[in-house]
Ligand binder design. Structure first.
Ligand code: SF4
Length: 433
């Protein structure tokens, strides 16, 4: 079983784990190197490189003109471009993306030249801190590291530090999304630990395509650094405990460099590369197509069954009416209606119905609340093992309770390996009912 024994983590490494544990395993545990780069990543690298040059020169007291920085960008583009770089949007060309990069730099110059607001800058700054993480009773000395696009020290505020992060993507997030982004909490923590005398850390996110600067807002009353440390510790614990590295399907899969080996995509990718004649001969395609045909037939039969059930419902109602009139007249509770092949026994009885989880869950909770205070609760309540396991997985309880629950699960739970198969139609086709 593959385990991760690393003790050095960055935000992007932990974010990879959060997005998909399997991708994390391929990249950081198995160390499978893939050169696949997208044009968006390449564009970001070239713009970052040009801005690094601009601020690098400023550190040495040299200013640069827009033309000089555009020339740096152009040189980086020319040197780095390769036909292997992936352009997902077939309506756009490499030149379109190059123009986007140049526009980003022009807009940035328009808004910030002559770049004299700050006392000093540090570009592509690597910061790090130590973090002791308790993993199942063992104290693990970890290192958290991060590269910051630029740090600046405002002239008028000697105790403030600004973190600048440059975004070249074509999507402007909402303020809520910016506020929820953990990356900036990690940056904040790194800066505060490197510059302990800093009173204020401001994060400025430059969305260059939109000429907008967004900043995450934080509640000043909360100890953000303690919270950030706790989240980092919890993430590292999850990484170190993981043995399964479950693949997590999401939009990220579209950009993932490991689709050809990922169990969720490997066969999809293989079939995509085949001609339609060759694909039809593939054993997997053949079997799943056969299953798809069966599912289609089952769907037709189920539709027919539903239609028959509707007819049956109408017939039953008519028989109830027929027998009901006679039963009411005679005050009977049972009546048999005879046919040539069989008979229908109509009866009337009273039953107690209670609220359920699906129908009237609030009333069910109210009933449970009242019963819990009564001595009968022990006799009438049942253990919901599904909820027990779910609660333990979500670490819903205090550590002491959680340990006791985990011990019970280990003692009474039996791990059984079962295979499941679920057929689903590809996008654009109707899912069978
Ligand atoms: S393709 Fe998707 S599920 Fe598979 S490793 Fe990549 S991100 Fe994870």
């Amino acid at each position: 079983m593959e385990v991760d024994s690393s003790t050095r983590f960055s935000f992007s490494k932990l974010d990879t784990y959060k997005g998909c544990p399997r991708r994390y395993r391929y990249r950081y545990v198995d160390k499978i190197v893939r050169e696949r780069r997208t044009v968006e990543t390449f564009l970001g690298e070239c713009v970052h490189g040009a801005l690094e040059e601009l601020y690098g020169r400023l550190q040495h007291g040299k200013t640069s003109s827009l033309d000089e920085i555009l020339a740096v960008f152009g040189a980086k583009w020319k040197a780095g471009w390769s036909p292997e770089i992936v352009i997902h949007d077939k309506a756009l060309s490499a030149d379109d993306f190059k123009r986007v990069g140049e526009d980003c730099l022009r807009t940035y110059f328009g808004a910030h030249a002559p770049f004299s607001d700050d006392r000093s800058h540090e570009v592509e700054k690597k910061l790090g801190l130590s973090l002791a993480v308790d993993v199942d009773g063992t104290a693990l000395e970890c290192r958290i590291e991060g590269y910051l696009d630029r740090l600046s020290f405002p002239k008028e505020e000697p105790e403030a530090v600004e973190i600048h992060d440059y975004k070249t993507g074509g999507h402007l997030p909402t303020q809520e999304v910016v506020d929820a982004n953990f990356q900036f909490d990690v940056y904040d923590l790194l800066v505060r630990s490197q510059y302990p005398r800093t009173k204020e850390v401001r994060v400025l996110l430059h969305y260059l395509r939109f000429n907008r600067v967004l900043s995450p807002s934080r509640d000043p009353r909360l100890d953000q650094t303690a919270k950030t440390r706790a989240v980092l510790e919890s993430l590292i614990r999850s990484v170190r405990r993981d043995h399964a590295w479950e693949p997590h399907k999401s939009q990220l899969c579209d950009w993932c460099e490991y689709r050809d080996i990922c169990p969720l995509w490997a066969h999809v990718e293989k079939v995509k590369a085949l001609s339609s004649a060759a694909a039809r001969k593939d054993d997997g395609v053949r079997l799943v197509d056969e299953l798809g045909g069966l599912e289609e037939k089952k769907k037709d039969l189920k539709d027919e069954l539903r239609r028959l059930e509707k007819v049956e419902e109408g017939l039953r109602a008519l028989i109830f009416d027929y027998a009901g009139a006679l039963m009411a007249a005679e005050g009977e509770k049972t009546f048999v209606v005879s046919g040539t092949e069989g008979e229908a026994v109509v009866s009337e009885k009273e039953e107690l119905k209670f609220p359920t989880k699906t129908h009237a869950p609030d009333r069910l909770r109210e009933l449970e609340g009242l019963l819990k205070d009564m001595a009968v609760w022990r006799d009438v309540s049942r253990v919901d093992t599904g909820l027990l396991v779910e609660g333990a997985k979500a670490r819903r309880w205090d550590p002491e309770v959680l340990r006791a629950v985990e011990a019970l699960i280990e003692r009474f739970g039996r791990l059984v390996r079962e295979k499941h198969l679920r057929f689903r139609r590809k996008k654009g086709e109707e899912e069978p009912g």
